[in-house]
Design a protein around this ligand. Sequence first.
Ligand code: GTP
Ligand code: MG
Length: 204
Amino acid sequence: YDIIKAAYATTAVRRDQYPEGNVPEVAFLGRSNVGKSSLINSLCNHRGLARVSGAPGKTQTINYFSAALRRRDEEEGEQRLPFYLVDLPGYGFAKTGGRNRDMWSAFIGEYVTQSPNLCVLCLLVDLRHPGLAIDQQAYDWLASAGVPLQIVGTKADKLKANEKNRNLAQLNKLFPSDRPALAYSSLKRDGFGPLAKNLFERVL
Ligand code: GTP
Ligand code: MG
């Protein structure tokens, strides 16, 4: 698997701004600073595609990046599947409190529940901190809304192998979904194969 031809497509905050057509979408949600934009850049092997920042609250709109999933198969030859990667604003950032937080949940809620082309939503959780209350709230809400989920444990490069396995098991217990949680490091592109395979199979 490979992701090719990644480019910025469009930005939305309301439903009437979503792109037209029926291109499948993979979206990325999680706490501010958990590494959503970095994950998109790393998956696409395209530094600077989505804006990354050390300060939380960088992404404030729904940003669509167009790309193609490419698969080479001995029998079936090469397949190319156009799709969107969708970068969402993070939750749990103090400055986005009060009125802002209500706005956040309204427009993210609308996207998550009313996007006809959303195939899978990656819920990113910092692999060093499984089971934060705010992630649990997000998971509970998404699960009850019936959103197809892929749990991704981010910043895996910051953990030793045994801690990684222990925390992944914890994520699977706390946030059960159709498929197991996967660890990923945007820094090292560690975990690309399994994640790309999982996404490809659900976008098909
Ligand atoms: P918001 O847009 O503010 O919600 O944040 P985000 O979730 O998009 O996070 P972003 O990708 O901007 O990354 C936040 C910080 O974490 C940056 O300083 C990144 O360099 C760092 N980071 C992201 N992924 C990784 C990773 O896999 N490993 C390490 N070590 N650092 C990472
Ligand atoms: Mg971001």
